[in-house]
Design a protein around this ligand. Structure first.
Ligand code: IPD
Length: 255
């Protein structure tokens, strides 16, 4: 992995760790917030990435007019788990995915609290530091499924609650970290068997989906079909042993 990129994401991580007073603003939607640090980290990453890849385009959480084209595009979440960040819950990550022809080819996520750097390049495997990652082989009945509650969309509360009900009946148990990126890294590292959320934005899952796939996992939309990266959508990932059963279970919640 390009050393300039790993240095950049690590130093952005120090901005998260060193944030003193955190001022929080409400964004559009239910329980959706942004802090000065989200904006500062995003500006820092865009400036640094522009130096390394002058031709790159940016698609980022705290930026307006995001459009994904065939051009090399960095999809960035400066702080995934913003609520965890300003509540000082020490469970957030920075996420950078590089798309070419609208598909991720390179990914980095960094959890500054644990100092874990996850990376992947298309076709070259996924790593945490120097350690190669592999998804687990646990079956549904022994699984842990991470979920996101789609907190900004109250209209998805019911389908989310019903999904959890079906999972608690058909699968092992569920987990909620408050960071979609951390959920995805847990699947890639074999710490859980799957993730789902009824709506995520591309910056929440772009880098993480490549890392899960390169660790041997499967990704897709809950309703069926592959993930795309130009707009929000439902997202699920799982080890190959659980993927189809997880989709079937979640679709029961939609009826
Ligand atoms: C959020 C987190 C959360 C998930 C939300 C995301 P943000 O990202 O990943 O776990 O449930 O859907 O939007 O807003 O903190 O970058």
């Amino acid at each position: 992995m390009n050393r300039e990129l790993t240095d950049l994401i690590r130093s952005a991580g120090r901005m998260v760790l060193n944030a003193g007073h955190i001022s929080v603003e409400q964004k559009e939607g239910h329980a959706n917030f942004v802090t000065e640090t989200d904006r500062a980290v995003q500006d820092y990453l865009i400036e640094g990435l522009s130096r390394v890849f002058p031709e790159a385009v940016f698609f980022a959480e705290e930026k307006d007019d995001n459009v994904l084209t065939d051009k090399p595009t960095f999809i960035i979440d400066p702080i995934d788990g913003t609520t965890n960040f300003f509540r000082r819950r020490r469970m957030s990550s920075i996420s950078i995915g590089l798309c070419e022809h609208c598909k991720p080819v390179l990914a980095l996520t960094y959890n500054p609290y644990t100092d874990e750097l996850f990376t992947a390049e298309k076709g070259k495997g996924a790593f945490c530091g120097d350690t190669r990652l592999h998804v687990s082989d646990y079956p549904p009945e022994r699984s842990l499924i991470e979920f996101g509650s789609a907190p900004y969309y109250s209209e998805l509360a019911e389908v989310t609650a019903r999904s959890i009900y079906h999972l608690l009946t058909d699968f092992g148990d569920v987990r909620r970290t408050g960071s979609a990126v951390i959920d995805l890294m847990n699947v890639a590292a074999g710490l859980s068997e799957g993730t789902f959320e009824w709506h995520l934005k591309p910056w929440d899952f772009c880098a993480g989906s490549l890392i899960v796939e390169e660790a041997g996992g499967r990704t897709g939309r809950i309703e069926g079909g592959d993930l795309t990266y130009e707009a929000g959508q439902s997202v699920m990932t799982a080890n190959p042993r659980c993927f189809d059963a997880l989709r079937e279970c979640l679709l029961k919640a939609k009826l």
